[in-house]
Design a protein around this ligand. Structure first.
Ligand code: SAM
Length: 391
């Protein structure tokens, strides 16, 4: 019952929200674990929510918009989008947990948004399918589940308008990064690799799954923004009904051949590339296209100046690095991994990037890995630069 909850007011962006007071919901070891509270709220996901507010503000050029937040928890994400993006945004926010749904109602009232937000209490798939069945499709659907988004992908695809956007979070990073490859194979039909580039491979595996599942329904996706942060993967895709384009999109699926001894990798179109020894492993399928629409990212950078976001500096860094790395080939080298394989000291990342650029290659840092370098330089050239700077 909502009356029995110990609540606390927090502020994100320009929105005030009631959330379970962490001091009343500590585990026995005195740690606050959001999933153990009666309603889920994770303050560490503010950055994730800031990016969604900025995304909706920057991607959609026309209103009105209809938004769905089918796994809403306290309602913070959907309420923030409606309040902070603009006047003509309406939303359905939903949670299967009746206490969460009651708290969403309270937060909607608190923000005087009852005329723009309807709260529901269904299973997320049922909620999305019901709206689609009634012909009320969404411009933007935000899937933010516990763990994997897989159980909700097909209904999100069925409930989004043509040209609309599905955003999703995946926190099942252990399977996606190769700690539990059999789970990844089952959920995502793809093979991850434990390697320096595992985080970006995980992002690209999620996108490959979205390409495949959408194509099966004659839908084509366009990745707009995709990244890894903290312990989750976040992707934004637009969808269009087109069997022809969906087939074409399958061409963007590739595989990665990784040499466990040297750390070198190569992207291949061939699902069973010939490899010469057991040192090699093959991962994928992975999406090998761009992770960002640079025009959109530039609009987001522009709008960042006008929105009041608590994690503005991190959002700016994300967008700038995605733009810098935007046209570079998939994946990257983790310099610590490379140096440990070669038994040499790791030089500073900035000096490696500067040296590669001096030599005429494109090179930049990676948002999700402080030791990561993305470059157009071939492996041997990168190794020469790293070895020279290390001595
Ligand atoms: C990670 S939390 C959502 C957090 C929220 N989006 C935010 O930004 O704070 C996941 C939520 O999904 C709800 N949930 C779990 N399974 C569900 C289902 N099948 N249908 C609807 N809601 C579900 C949980 O009760 C929980 O509140």
């Amino acid at each position: 019952m909502l009356e029995e909850l110990k609540l606390k007011m927090i502020r994100e962006g320009t929105t005030s929200i009631l959330v379970p007071d962490p001091s009343f919901y500590l585990r026995e070891d005195k740690v606050y674990e959001p999933a153990w509270a009666p309603v889920f709220y994770n303050p560490r996901m503010e950055f994730n929510r800031d990016v969604s507010v900025l995304f909706v503000k920057s991607y959609f050029q026309q209103t009105p918009l209809l938004v769905a937040d089918p796994l809403a928890g306290t309602g913070v994400r959907g309420i923030r989008i409606v309040r902070e993006v603009g006047e003509d945004i309406h939303a359905y926010i939903n949670d299967i947990n009746p206490i969460a749904s009651e708290l969403c109602e309270k937060n909607v009232e608190l923000n005087s948004l009852a005329d723009r937000i309807i709260v529901e209490n269904y299973d997320a798939n049922m909620m999305l399918r019901l709206h689609a069945f009634m012909g009320e499709k969404f411009d933007y659907i935000d899937i933010d589940p516990f763990g994997s988004p897989i159980p909700f992908i097909d209904s999100a695809i069925s409930a989004v308008k043509g040209g609309g956007v599905v955003a999703l979070t995946a926190t099942d990073t252990a399977p996606l990064m190769g700690v539990f490859p059999e789970v990844c194979a089952r959920r995502y039909w793809s093979k991850p690799i434990r390697s320096g580039f595992a985080k970006e491979l995980a992002v690209r595996i999620v996108l490959a799954t979205l390409v495949l599942r959408s194509a099966a329904l004659d839908m084509c996706i366009k990745p707009l923004l995709a990244y890894y942060a903290d312990h989750y993967i976040r992707v934004y895709i637009s969808l269009e009904r087109s069997a022809r384009k969906a087939s074409k999109m399958l061409e963007k699926l590739s595989y990665v051949i990784y040499n466990k001894n040297s750390g070198e990798y190569r992207i291949s179109e061939d699902p069973c590339p010939p490899v010469s020894s057991k040192d090699f492993v093959v991962g994928g399928p992975l999406y090998s296209g761009f992770l960002v629409d640079t025009d959109l990212a530039n609009r987001m950078l522009n709008n960042l100046k006008t929105l009041k976001l608590g994690t503005k500096n991190v959002v700016e860094r994300l967008l700038k690095l995605l733009i810098e790395g935007g046209t570079l080939p998939p994946l990257y080298y983790n310099i610590d991994e490379l140096c440990s394989k070669k038994k040499i000291n790791a030089p500073p990342i900035n000096s490696i990037i500067a040296e590669l650029r001096n030599k005429g290659y494109n090179a930049c840092r990676v948002f999700w890995d402080s030791k990561g370098v993305k470059t157009t330089a071939p492996y041997e050239e990168l190794l020469r630069v790293v070895s020279r700077l290390s001595s």
